[in-house]
Write a protein that binds this ligand. Structure first.
Ligand SMILES: [Fe+2]
Ligand SMILES: [Fe+2]
Length: 135
């Protein structure tokens, strides 16, 4: 059973961004599977590195469109992204210093943050982007 199951209520109706969100969900599922299956530390660390890198790529994509379309909610949204990157980098350090990878509390935090952010802050730009022809 997947740790996070994608459903259409997470769609922001922008193909490129939905694709990136699905990829983030799948990376979190990969970390969860690797931990559940007792995979080695190197495997888990490398998926976490992948998650950190892809999170930054994804945030850069959203922020590029904020800039391009002069999205009014940008400052607050970018602050949320920056805070999250800081947290994730801390978790990455923690995971590197610990045999088991990430704790279940951290996994749940990542899951909740991602889904709450998508359904809350990301959803707010959905119709704004659509109106600017991004879909
Ligand atoms: Fe997003
Ligand atoms: Fe976002």
């Amino acid at each position: 059973m997947a740790f996070i199951k994608w459903n259409d209520s997470y769609s922001v109706h922008v193909v490129e961004i939905d694709h990136q969100h699905r990829k983030l969900v799948s990376l979190l599922n990969d970390i969860h599977d690797a931990m559940t299956l007792g995979r080695g530390k190197e495997v888990i660390d490398s998926i976490i590195d992948g998650l950190v890198a892809y999170t930054q790529t994804h945030f850069a994509t959203e922020e590029k469109y904020f800039e391009l379309y002069k999205y009014p909610g940008a400052p607050e949204h970018i602050r949320e992204h920056n805070d999250f990157v800081k947290r994730v980098l801390e978790f990455k350090d923690e995971a590197e210093n610990c045999k088991q990878g990430l704790s279940i509390e951290v996994m749940l935090f990542l899951k909740n943050w991602l889904l709450t952010h998508i359904k809350g802050s990301d959803m707010k730009y959905s119709s704004f982007f659509n109106e600017h022809g991004l879909g």
